[in-house]
Design a protein around this ligand. Structure first.
Ligand code: SF4
Length: 470
């Protein structure tokens, strides 16, 4: 088995925290006693099944004293729908009796004492301590055991060693969250027989121990399809950025842009009057409604990449992640200047949510050498983004030619996925018209106002493209 590195564990924790922000115990209970009984009943049984019978059980026997004096036949009758109901009925009556006689009907908070109760093993004791009393513990059930070893968090063959290894590998503050998240992930994505690795947010880090190797060859041989729109097939597609700074202007701009019928629309959220992520999401929801079927690209361009966005990198990441999970957009821009692990997390979240990722890099002061631009595009491709985008500033007359040459070389070498390559500024305009012949599948046109230097108005761009028949 292969293990993940310490730095990768940090990413895994972060990704799971984002994927399951409300991760919690699925059992329904009112107090530590009901929790303890519910966890004992959940052995070899789903939480859902337990939740169906515990309301009846606890309405008849609400506390340890009542359950200690219960008729075993009646308790068995209530538990009859879950597995091993006779043994479980016996155990919960006996443990209630002990709690009633020795602990005043209360559940003890000591691990060893819990373990001495009938039907209580390590997992049950850990869940009761973590969920009932907030004591940091990692309970290893079948999901936690399977995922820990598959992912490579641990490489142990038994539950006890897995628990110890997890407590060593994971920071104490994350023990409870990781326990719940791994269970939810095991139930929804990483099942025992059919793990959905292609849709898994942990794929970039997971060692997939014990599973058949995946086909890692880039199998993207088709155009990127968004409804009827095919990027990388046929003519270069025209995208108009929405650049309004007030909400009223934005809705006017939307109507004007829709009338111009671009192939897709980009919302430059960094230019918006509001800097509050929640407000941006509210506007995005309205924008999605107004754009109807027109494919929508969300971009929050930071100052370091030439935009107006002033969010810190972690706040930027939270915003983009929220946009991805909202599924209100078709494409999302992820900035190449972010930390590598953050890029990987956002790209994986995009893939898991069916959103096309545009990994973008902007060189604002000039055009690097052709070799350097090819290296940037090659490196972007290693991230597995759907659309690598490189925009450079044309300063010298031949800068645009170098950009087009780099674009064509990478495009011909890899074929798919398609690229977006732009030479900005007046001297780079050729790339906005002829880029399609050199592998760029999208060109940005100005609607009301340009969002970048050198953008051509959509009517003029359409004419130029039709003359070139691109
Ligand atoms: S990548 Fe596959 S094996 Fe790994 S956690 Fe995800 S679903 Fe499970």
């Amino acid at each position: 088995m292969a293990k993940v590195k310490t730095s990768e564990i940090r990413s895994i924790i972060e990704v799971l925290r984002r994927a399951y922000p409300d991760a919690d115990c699925a059992l329904e209970f009112q107090d530590p006693f009901q929790l303890l009984v519910s966890v004992v009943l959940s052995a070899q049984t789903t939480d859902k099944s337990v939740n169906q019978i515990t309301p009846i059980l606890f309405s008849r026997f609400p506390d340890a004293t009542a359950l200690a004096e219960a008729d075993p036949v009646e308790v068995e009758g209530i538990l009859r729908r879950i597995g091993m109901y006779r043994t479980k009925a016996k155990n919960i009556i006996e443990l209630s009796s002990i709690l009633s006689k020795k602990f005043g009907g209360q559940v003890p908070e000591q691990y060893e004492t819990l373990l001495s109760l009938p039907g209580v093993g390590r997992k049950t004791a850990n869940v009761v301590l973590a969920v009932g009393f907030g004591v940091p513990r990692i309970a290893v059930d079948t999901h936690v055991f399977r995922l820990s070893n598959r992912i490579g968090l641990t490489e142990e063959s038994d539950v006890t060693k897995t628990e110890e290894a997890l407590m060593t590998a994971i920071p104490v503050a994350d023990w409870i969250m990781m326990h719940h998240s791994l269970i939810l992930h095991g139930r929804s994505i990483c099942s025992a027989r059919n793990p959905k690795c292609q849709n898994c947010v942990l794929l970039p880090w997971c060692r997939r121990n014990g599973l058949e190797p995946m086909n890692t060859k880039n199998t993207t041989t088709k155009a990127i399809e968004i409804g009827d729109l095919k990027l990388g097939s046929g003519t270069v597609k025209i995208c108009i950025p929405l650049v309004a700074t007030t909400e009223m202007e934005l809705w006017k701009e939307v109507e004007a842009v829709k009338a111009a019928t671009p192939d897709l629309v980009e919302w430059r959220a960094d230019l918006c009057f509001s800097k509050e992520p929640l407000e941006l999401l509210r506007i995005l929801k309205d924008l999605r409604g107004k754009m109807q079927q027109t494919p929508l690209l969300f971009t929050y361009r930071s100052k370091r990449e030439g935009g107006e966005g002033s969010l810190s990198e972690s706040d930027y990441m939270d915003l983009v992640s929220s946009v991805i999970r909202s599924k209100l957009v078709d494409l999302v821009d992820v900035e190449y200047s972010c930390a590598e692990e953050r890029i990987r997390i956002l790209l994986q979240e995009s893939a898991s949510n069916g959103i096309i990722s545009v990994l973008s890099s902007h060189r604002l002061t000039g055009t690097p050498s052709q070799r350097k631009m090819e290296a940037i595009l090659e490196h972007m491709l290693t991230y597995g983004a759907d659309l690598p985008k490189l925009a450079v500033m044309a300063v010298e007359d031949d800068d645009v030619l170098r950009l087009l040459a780099a674009s064509e070389r990478i495009w011909k070498k890899h074929g798919m996925p398609p690229l977006i390559t732009i030479s900005m500024g007046d001297k780079g305009r050729l790339s906005r018209i002829a880029g399609g012949q050199f592998g760029s599948c999208v060109t940005f046109a100005a609607g009301n106002d340009p969002s970048a230097p050198g953008q051509i108005r959509i009517e003029q761009l359409r004419n130029a493209l039709s003359i070139l028949s691109l």
